[in-house]
Design a protein around this ligand. Structure first.
Ligand SMILES: [Zn+2]
Length: 150
């Protein structure tokens, strides 16, 4: 009888010690696949924490975990979840900032980009004059803007 109780205590202690290690292991494996954007990663980790919380709740209700252990673990998970939540917000804010900067840069680039030059290709020699000129830079032939044709 005494041995059995000792076993039980040792067993639950081992579980208590192993639990965080196990969950961390799962997390490590989960880092590898598919979506590796920081936002998705944080969201996934948060879900893992919530799952752990639910498991903890379940085990506590099943009488597998002592109230003080339950309290401590739950606080840990909640702190972790809160940290991940804050990190998510931080990443989202950074993403939004980056998107804003990118949009601004794109707008500046678009402004700087000059409208496509009209065709100043010489009808005589075929030289493509890079600037709007009246005479071909290559052969000196008079150029007429293509638009006024007809
Ligand atoms: Zn020419």
């Amino acid at each position: 009888m005494e041995l059995g109780i000792t076993f039980l205590i040792a067993g639950s202690l081992a579980l208590f010690v192993m639990l965080p290690l196990l969950s961390r292991d799962q997390e490590g494996q989960g880092v590898l696949p598919v979506d590796v954007t920081p936002t998705a990663d944080l969201k996934r980790r948060r879900l893992v924490v919530y799952e752990n919380l639910q498991d903890l709740e379940f085990e506590y209700k099943a009488g597998k975990i002592a109230p003080e252990d339950y309290e401590a673990l739950r606080n840990n998970y909640r702190a972790e979840a809160a940290g991940l939540m804050a990190a998510s917000l931080e990443v989202e804010r950074a993403d939004a900032g980056e998107a804003l900067i990118e949009r601004e840069v794109a707008a500046r680039r678009a402004e700087r980009r000059q409208p496509p030059a009209p065709d100043y290709r010489c009808p005589k020699c075929g030289f493509e004059n890079p600037l709007p000129v009246k005479f071909c830079g290559e052969c000196g032939a008079a150029l007429r803007p293509a638009k006024k044709k007809g």
